[in-house]
Design a protein around this ligand. Structure first.
Ligand SMILES: Nc1ncnc2c1ncn2[C@@H]1O[C@H](COP(=O)(O)OP(=O)(O)OP(=O)(O)O)[C@@H](O)[C@H]1O
Ligand SMILES: [Mg+2]
Length: 243
C-alpha cells in the first residue's frame, strides 16, 4: 500500500516555481530518498508532505488523506526532522521534548517517560537539563531526531538527517534509521551523501530544478547509467549533484 502519493505536485513562491510537477509514491516500510543539488526543491516537497505549506496545484496524499483536507490527522502519524534547527532555545533539552509531546496530546506523565527514553536512545541523557543554547550542532541534530520520534510515527521524514555530523555520529544515526525501518517505520529522507543514499534507501528520486529526473533503486541507477550516483546525476543532467 502507498503511504504517500504525489501527482502533478507544484509549489510556487512569489513567481518562483520551487516544485514543478512531481509524481512519486512511497510504499509502506520502504526507505525513500530525495537527492538533488541545493535549491532542487527537496525541502519544499517535504514541507508539503508534512502539511507545513500547501501545494500550489496537483495532489499530495499521505495515508490516503489529502494534505489540504485534514492536516492534523496526517501530522499525528508522522515524525519530522526538519533541515533547520527548530528547537526552542529558551527551553532545556528535556522540556523541548515535553512541549513537543503536547501537540500530540500525550499526557504529562507519559511524555516524561517517553522523553527520558528518547534522550537515552540518542545518547543525550546527560544533557537533559541543559539549555539548547549549550548544545553542539551535532547534539541538536540528535535531539531533533529524538523529537521526531515522540509520537511513535509510522512515517518518519528526515531532511538531511546527518548533515554536519562527524563520521562516527553519522554511522550511529544510520544504525538507528536501519533499526526503525526493520521495526516497520517508513522512512523518507533527503541527503547530499551518496553513501547514505546507497546504504539506507530502497529507492531514490533524483531531483533537479523542481522536477524529478528519475526514480529507481540506487543499484539499478548505477547499473543502467554506470558509475556511482554522483556520476548518474551528471549523466542525466549534465550537472554535479553537490550543487
Ligand atoms: N519560503 C520560501 N520563500 C521563497 N522561496 C523559497 C522558500 N523556500 C524555498 N524557496 C526556494 O525554492 C527553491 C527550492 O528550495 P528548497 O529549500 O526546496 O531546496 P532543497 O532542494 O531543499 O535545497 P538544499 O539542498 O539546499 O536544502 C529554491 O529556489 C529556494 O530559494
Ligand atoms: Mg533542503
Amino acid at each position: 500500500m502507498n503511504i504517500v502519493t504525489a501527482k502533478g505536485l507544484t509549489k510556487d513562491y512569489d513567481g518562483l516555481r520551487a516544485v514543478a510537477g512531481v509524481d512519486f509514491e512511497i510504499l509502506r516500510g520502504e526507505c525513500f530518498g530525495f537527492l538533488g543539488p541545493n535549491g532542487a526543491g527537496k525541502t519544499t516537497v517535504m514541507r508539503v508532505l508534512y502539511c507545513f505549506i500547501t501545494p500550489s496545484s496537483g495532489e499530495m496524499r499521505v495515508f490516503g488523506m489529502d494534505v489540504t483536507g485534514d492536516p492534523s490527522a496526517i501530522k499525528a502519524r508522522i515524525g519530522v526532522m526538519p533541515q533547520d534547527d527548530s528547537l526552542d532555545p529558551d527551553l532545556t533539552v528535556f522540556e523541548n521534548l515535553i512541549v513537543y509531546a503536547r501537540y500530540f496530546d500525550i499526557p504529562r506523565k507519559k511524555s516524561s517517560i517517553i522523553a527520558s527514553e528518547l534522550l537515552s536512545y540518542v545518547d543525550l541523557q546527560e544533557k537533559a537539563h541543559v539549555s539548547i543554547r549549550n548544545l553542539s550542532g551535532g547534539m541538536k541534530r540528535s535531539l531533533l531526531l529524538a523529537r521526531a520520534l515522540v509520537n511513535t510515527p509510522e512515517l518518519l521524514i528526515l531532511d538531511e538527517p546527518t548533515t554536519g555530523l562527524d563520521p562516527h555520529s553519522r554511522q550511529v544515526v544510520w544504525k538507528k534509521l536501519t533499526d526503525l525501518k526493520s521495526k516497520g517505520t517508513t522512512l523518507l529522507l533527503t541527503t547530499h551523501y551518496m553513501e547514505e543514499a546507497e546504504k539506507l534507501c530502497d529507492r531514490v528520486a533524483i531531483m533537479d530544478g523542481g522536477k524529478i529526473v528519475t526514480i529507481d533503486t540506487p543499484q539499478r541507477l548505477m547499473e543502467i547509467h554506470g558509475g556511482n550516483l554522483e556520476e548518474v546525476f551528471l549523466k542525466l543532467t549534465g550537472r554535479h549533484l553537490a550543487g
